[in-house]
Structure formats: structure tokens, C-alpha cells
Design a protein around this ligand. Sequence first.
Ligand SMILES: *Cc1c(COP(=O)(O)O)cnc(C)c1O
Length: 393
Amino acid sequence: MTQHPSRMGHVPPIVTPASSPPIFQTTAFDIPDLDVLAALHAGTADGHIYTRDSNPNHKALAESIATLEGAESGAVFASGMGAIAAVAMTLAGTGDHILVGRSLYGITLKLMRRLQQQFGVDVSYFDATDAASVAGHLQTSTKFCLIETVSNPLLEVADIASIASALNGVPLVVDSTFTTPELIRPLEHGAEIVVHSASKYLNGHGDVMLGVAAGSASHMRAVRATSSVFGQNANPFESWLTQRGLRTLPLRMQQITKTTSQLAEFLSQHPAVATVYHPTLRHHGTHRLATELYPDGTGGIVSFAFRDGGKARVNAFMQAAESIPFSATLADARTTISHPATTSHGFMTKAERADIGITDELVRISVGLEPIEQLKPELDAALNSASGYAESR
Ligand SMILES: *Cc1c(COP(=O)(O)O)cnc(C)c1O
């Protein structure tokens, strides 16, 4: 006799100690009766109903992030954009006003345009290095302000505490993707919600798409409710992988931060390079604030501009840097290079890019875990080759 189809996938619950947590790769959870269901809905019983809403792997990761950020609660999303969109759509709606940093991650800026054009949210942009300008933008309908800890790709450090206090009670949302809780905990500086693309450092191995948020229990409850109806939740496997990545976050950030400062110094002395953007360098516009806020460094991103030669020069550099791949991401364990003008900020006009300092000659390096002794000669050779400098320095 054949088994009834509804029994075919049935397995008894497995409980066994393991050095790594199990992956709950499941759509839903078996619930003994309607009383338990009611208790789960009411939040008086612990458990899960449906993975779009929650899952043990989500919960474990959200709790880890909350602990790292010093927050009451956390939430996980299908991507960093999922996290930012869920937070934005929770805090603001049609007719509301929001205030956002003008040099945010390119797709975040694109999302802000979308919120304005499609959903009637009024968006103002401000220079996040100028906390004094916040007051002039505030309206009674301002629902939140969004900034990044350190901007992409020019590494401008935001004065989180000054912006938070200028906001006068309007919630500050901080994207800390570039810096991670190893280098700064924005909630301790007055932010109400912190978000990350965990596709970057939190996971750190270039094999995950995931976003996280952390803040008060009530904010996170509301954000999770948004993410449930818009289907922005993470999946169990990506949550598990990110949790695994977190185990090495402190070591990775230490190594990456140290190598990046050394490379910034090296690049700033190279004749092919016109400007290096890194807050550890004295000439950087936010150097002083960076030394106060980030005693351990600002993470693994350093950008530089060639003297001239436009995209062709950058192209020659990328072709010469054979073992350092061009990749439209950052925070991989490997060092990667990117060209902001054609990737993250490619949707802007050249004039719009020029306005925020992004030229065709600009290259962004995401420094990985390779030793500096390996990276320096490779970059040196590629820079020389691209610029026609025959002599290595
Ligand atoms: C990558 C990134 C995002 C978007 O995250 P995804 O996981 O790619 O959706 C948002 N903010 C910053 C600063 C990023 O670097």
C-alpha cells in the first residue's frame, strides 16, 4: 500500500547538540492546536508559524545583531535594500517628509527617488558632514532622517551625535554597513535605528544577500510587520551563513582596517594618484572627527582618483590589476575594486556625480584579508602600468 502523500515528508523533530546551529530550512512550523496558535499570535508563547514572518535562524541572527549593536531588538531582511525599504516604509508614508544624506549608497538614493515619485514622500537632501544644516530642513511632517556612518565612496564621516541632537526628537536611522558594530555602535551616539547590508562585512565572505536592522522592541515589531506584508524577510540559509560570518567579524575588521590605513598611506605617495579619500589621512575633510569617533579605524574602503585619463585610465588599471577583480560589491574576504561612476552612482548624470565629488577617474578599493605585502606590489604595478610610470617606487 502506498503511503498517504501528506505523510511522505513527515519527520519527527530532531533535537541534538551541535557545534553549529541547525538550519531551519522550512516554509512553516507544525502547531499542535488552535490554543497554541492563538498564543503564538499573541506573543505569549515562543515559537514560529510561517517563515515569511519568523524562523529560528532569523531570530538567532536578529538577536546577535541586537546584542552587537546594544539594541533591544533586531530584524533580518532579504537584503540591505530590504532593510532600508522596510524601515523607510514603516516610518513614513504619503505626505510625510524625510531628510536624507545626499551622498548615500547609490541604490538607497534611488529608493528615496522612488519613495518620492511613486509614493508621494517628500524627500530633502543634506550634507551629512554639516550637522548645523539639519535644522533648516526640519518640517513638522519630518518622520525620519537617514545617514550613513561613513559615506560611499568618499569616506566622509558623519557626526552622528550632532545630527541626532539637531533632529530634536525626529528618529535618526544610520546605515552602518561600512563600519559594523566592531568600529561604532550608532545607537550609543543617539541613533534610533541602525541598518546594515549584511551582504557586506557582517557576513564577510561574498556569498550572501541579507540585511539587518536593530533598535527598540517597538520599532522592530513595526518594521517586521512591514517586512511581512511586503515579503522582505530573509531566508533561513542566508541568516545561518551570516551568523557563521559573525564569528570572525572582530578578527576580520581588525585586519582589514589595519591594511586599509597602510594602503591609504601608500596610495597617497604614488605619483599616478591625484587624491586619496580615507579619513586616516590628514588632508581628508573629516579626519579630525574620524580620529575621535573611530579610534580603531573606519573599515576597509579606500578610494583614490587618477590625475587624468577618465574611464580609459581606470580601465587600464583594472586590466593590469589581474589578481584583484573588479566586482560590484564590497566587503568580500578578497580585495576588490570598483568604479563608482559606472556602478553604484551610474544612474546619476555626470553633473550630479560631480556635485558629490565622484569623477570618472575615481576608483574604490574594498580591502580584503590578503596581507599588505601581497597587495602593495600588485597595486603598485597596476598603477604604474595604467599611468605609464615605468619605475616602481
Ligand atoms: C550594499 C549596501 C547597501 C545595500 O545592501 P544590499 O545587501 O546590496 O541590498 C546599503 N547601504 C550600503 C552602505 C551598502 O554598501
